[in-house]
Design a protein around this ligand. Structure first.
Ligand code: ARG
Ligand code: ZN
Ligand code: CA
Length: 338
């Protein structure tokens, strides 16, 4: 953001001077007879003198300088805390809230660890099936999204309820049998429940998530059926942990490929994902042509934001990566996670 921009300017200015001096010194040692070498050794970088004068006479400039230093300090502190890694990768702290009735529903720490590993592979493009991306879509592949996940806590609670309505969000309040979110401005909360029901108390979804406009609200985060967490013991064909990969996509502002409406052929705000009339299921094979606005195009059904089986989805697009980065950027709606 603005602060960062100024900081970068100041840094860039100063280092430009420094490297100029260094290269001149190298010239001197390589060519002592160069007539310009005497001049070069006496040259100084006036940036600091100019700066000092300006900072003394201009309080607004001084305030900007101080803000930059504070921001820079916060940035290094974040790096030290392991939230923003040295290469700019943002590591999202994750809190699992497991609400179970029977002991089978009380999924193991090992399965939660598997889920975190899946997220890190899928968002780092180190998943082995990345090799299955059709060559026509390889130029559009995101590669490393530069977002990672780190488990901070797992909370567990036994409760008699056998199904949870998504419209009531009772799993997110201790007063209604659930578990309160752990600071949702700073953590991705994932509630794991025995069964997710719609407003008519009917089952039919693997999980759901809130988009960034809900950042930090008490119900912000993901809800996932216990059968779809991790791999070991999970329910085929949703047993590769990709329900969470998909829902985290929503959490980071990715709509479905067909847009945020059931009519289909709507924008998903990513130009590198072909327009789609609606979800694909199962394990389609490429190419799979479908029509929007009279134009037939092969669908990017292997994108995590489609509805195919876990083993049939294995990529984000470059534009989707940019959208997710915007959300966790220092000025983004989920900057609190960094
Ligand atoms: N909410 C979506 C559903 O219930 C999640 C789809 C995830 N897809 C997957 N292969 N795990 O259909
Ligand atoms: Zn979805
Ligand atoms: Ca698109």
């Amino acid at each position: 953001m603005k602060k960062l921009f100024f900081g970068a300017l100041v840094l860039g200015f100063m280092s430009a001077c420094t490297s100029d001096n260094i290269s001149n010194q190298e010239d001197i040692s390589q060519d002592p007879g160069n007539p310009s070498s005497t001049m070069a050794s006496k040259r100084a970088c006036p940036s600091d003198i100019i700066r000092e004068k300006a900072l003394k006479s201009d309080p607004a400039l001084r305030a900007r300088f101080e803000a930059n230093e504070l921001q820079s300090e916060k940035f290094s502190r974040d790096i030290m805390m392991g939230k923003v890694l040295a290469d700019g990768t943002v590591e999202i702290p994750v809190v699992f809230n497991v609400i179970y009735n029977t002991s089978t529903q009380n999924i193991s720490d090992a399965r939660i660890a598997e889920q975190i590993a899946v997220l890190n592979a899928d968002y780092g493009a180190t998943n082995s099936d990345v090799a299955n991306i059709p060559s026509a879509f390889q130029p559009a592949a995101a590669g490393d999204v530069k977002i990672r996940f780190k488990l901070v806590t797992t909370n567990r609670k036994q409760y008699t309820k056998t199904g949870w309505r998504s419209d009531l969000e009772e799993m997110k309040k201790s007063t209604t049998g659930g578990i309160n979110a752990t600071d949702p401005t700073k953590n991705l909360n994932i509630w794991v429940v025995n069964s997710i029901l719609d407003e008519n108390s009917q089952p039919g979804t693997l999980g759901y998530a809130y988009y960034p406009e809900s950042a930090g609200l008490w119900y912000d985060g993901l809800v996932i059926g216990y059968q779809y967490i991790g791999k070991t013991g999970a329910s085929a064909p949703f047993n590769l942990g990709r329900t969470v990969t998909h829902e985290v996509g929503h959490y980071l502002n990715l709509p479905h490929l067909w847009g945020s409406s059931n009519t289909g052929c709507q924008t998903d705000y990513s130009n590198d994902t072909p327009t789609s009339p609606g979800p694909n299921y199962g394990t389609p094979s490429y190419p799979l042509n479908r029509v929007c606005g009279g134009v037939s195009r092969s669908q990017m059904f292997m994108n995590y934001m489609d509805y195919v089986d876990d083993k049939a989805m294995f990529m984000f697009s470059a534009n989707q990566k940019t959208r997710m980065q915007a959300v966790v950027a220092a000025a983004g709606p989920r900057a609190g996670l960094r």
